[in-house]
Design a protein around this ligand. Structure first.
Ligand SMILES: *Cc1c(COP(=O)(O)O)cnc(C)c1O
Ligand SMILES: [Zn+2]
Length: 418
């Protein structure tokens, strides 16, 4: 992988060769998150906006020269990436905006943004000859890993909190992952998974630990810019749990700036749930994210419930360096945003996906985004992942079906009464 120059610790700044370290900075242990560095001159000689225009591979692999995989490495057969970016002029007008798009990652093979990262893990694990891949997850990273492993016949061991939504657990089981349901939080599952990975030598996909997961997630930034004709948006709104997605988006935009394919960094607006708002608090109070202790994890948006966000260094850098902001929304706003986003865009998000929509509404209200700006909001996961939350949301919103006997007279009553 001659295009990777090294892995730099976000704490001490030391750079290690890609073959010298596997996951974290040897000096700083589990906190020592690494950033992957590239030789952009070399990459620029291998890929261009023009070569992309001629490339008919509509998946994340169209950006292979920018990814931490070998040029010839086999990739999974599932269609990962190149999700739609829908213009949303109607809702834009309602929000007082002129230009709004929704990037719909519920369209991924396992129905969440996490496929972008798990795909990289599966390719790298295979290149190393690892037989088993493991991850802890609130549900979606696990479903993504299990599904992509199923597509290539690789074993995987998953640690999830036993409180994960049933649909996500069903995905794991149907893909035939080895599933360990942990009585406890995601944070507890994470620690357990790290220990087990070390004990058994499993390839470790954990978010905010494996430095290559951000590299998969950055492909969404590439797609957004390419889908907009290489005009970066002014702001991107996305929900934040561990912080890997927002850090990955930041990395993707930085790559494109380094290549000269876009001319400015979009402001990154990270949306957190009130009941699990570590990064929002740290940003608001200017706290050191390494010194700050864990916060609560009481939110209906399970995918962004993270007491101690594992990728907090990258997430904070993404918001600070892009001139963005963290936004906090409560569970009522998140629930209300599920049907509100669905009915005006046709895009159905799980609570963490709709949280971005709630954050968008907040940002418009609070003047964090301006009328003439070009805004992208990301739906990170499908609403079908959490039907209980959706039913709660539509009931609260007063949306109800007519429930009748099979009788045309009653149908007439319904449609002529009003
Ligand atoms: C994982 C996830 C997020 C948050 O991503 P982080 O990298 O943990 O910040 C948001 N929405 C959905 C649906 C997710 O699965
Ligand atoms: Zn270090």
């Amino acid at each position: 992988m001659d295009h990777i120059t090294g892995l730099t610790c976000l704490i001490c700044g030391a750079t290690h060769g890609p073959d010298e370290v596997e996951y974290v900075c040897p000096e700083h242990g589990n906190e020592g998150i690494l950033d992957v560095g590239y030789d952009y001159d070399l990459i620029g000689s291998r890929i261009s906006t023009q070569s992309l225009a001629d490339n008919r591979d509509l998946s994340i692999w169209r950006y292979r020269p920018l990814l931490p995989v070998e040029p010839e490495a086999p990739v999974p057969p599932l269609a990962i990436g190149w999700t739609p970016l829908y213009p949303a002029p109607g809702p834009a007008a309602d929000l007082g905006l002129a230009h709004l798009w929704i990037k719909d990652d519920s369209r991924m093979p396992t129905a969440s943004f996490k496929d972008r990262a798990s795909a990289i893990a599966v390719v790298r694990a295979a290149a190393q000859g690892a037989e088993v891949i493991t991850t802890a997850s609130t549900g979606n990273a696990a479903a993504a890993l299990a599904g992509i492993c199923a597509s290539v016949g690789r074993k995987n061991v998953i640690f999830v909190p036993d409180s994960a939504p049933r649909a996500k657990i069903a995905q794991l089981l149907v893909y035939n992952a080895t599933v360990v349901l942990v009585r406890g939080s995601y944070d507890a599952a994470f620690e357990l998974c790290l220990e087990a990975a070390k004990a058994y030598g499993w390839y470790n996909r954990n978010t905010g630990y494996n430095p290559y997961m951000s590299e998969g997630k950055k492909t969404a930034a590439f797609e957004i810019c390419e889908q907009l004709g290489w005009q970066a948006p002014d702001a991107v709104v996305v929900s934040v749990g561990d912080g890997c997605i927002i850090g990955g988006l930041h990395k993707g935009f930085r790559d494109l700036l380094a290549l000269g394919w876009i001319d400015r960094m979009p402001r990154l607006l990270g949306v957190q749930a009130h009941g699990s708002a570590f990064l929002y608090q740290a940003w608001r109070d200017n706290e050191d994210v390494l010194g700050k202790g864990p916060v609560g994890t009481t939110t209906i948006a399970d995918s962004i419930s993270a007491g101690l966000p594992r990728d907090r260094l990258k997430a904070m850098a993404a918001v600070r360096e892009s001139g963005g902001a963290f936004i906090r929304v409560d569970d009522d706003e998140i629930l209300a945003a599920i049907p509100r986003m669905a009915k005006c865009t046709g895009v159905f998000g799980e609570p963490a996906g709709a949280a971005a929509w709630a954050g968008l509404e907040r940002a418009a209200d609070d003047g964090l985004i301006a009328r003439d700006e070009r805004i992208v909001v990301v739906n990170t996961g499908s609403g079908l992942k959490d039907i209980d939350a959706t039913m709660q949301a539509v009931q609260t919103a007063g949306v109800r079906p007519f429930h009748i006997n099979a009788d045309m007279d009653i149908v007439r009553q319904i449609f002529s009464a009003s």
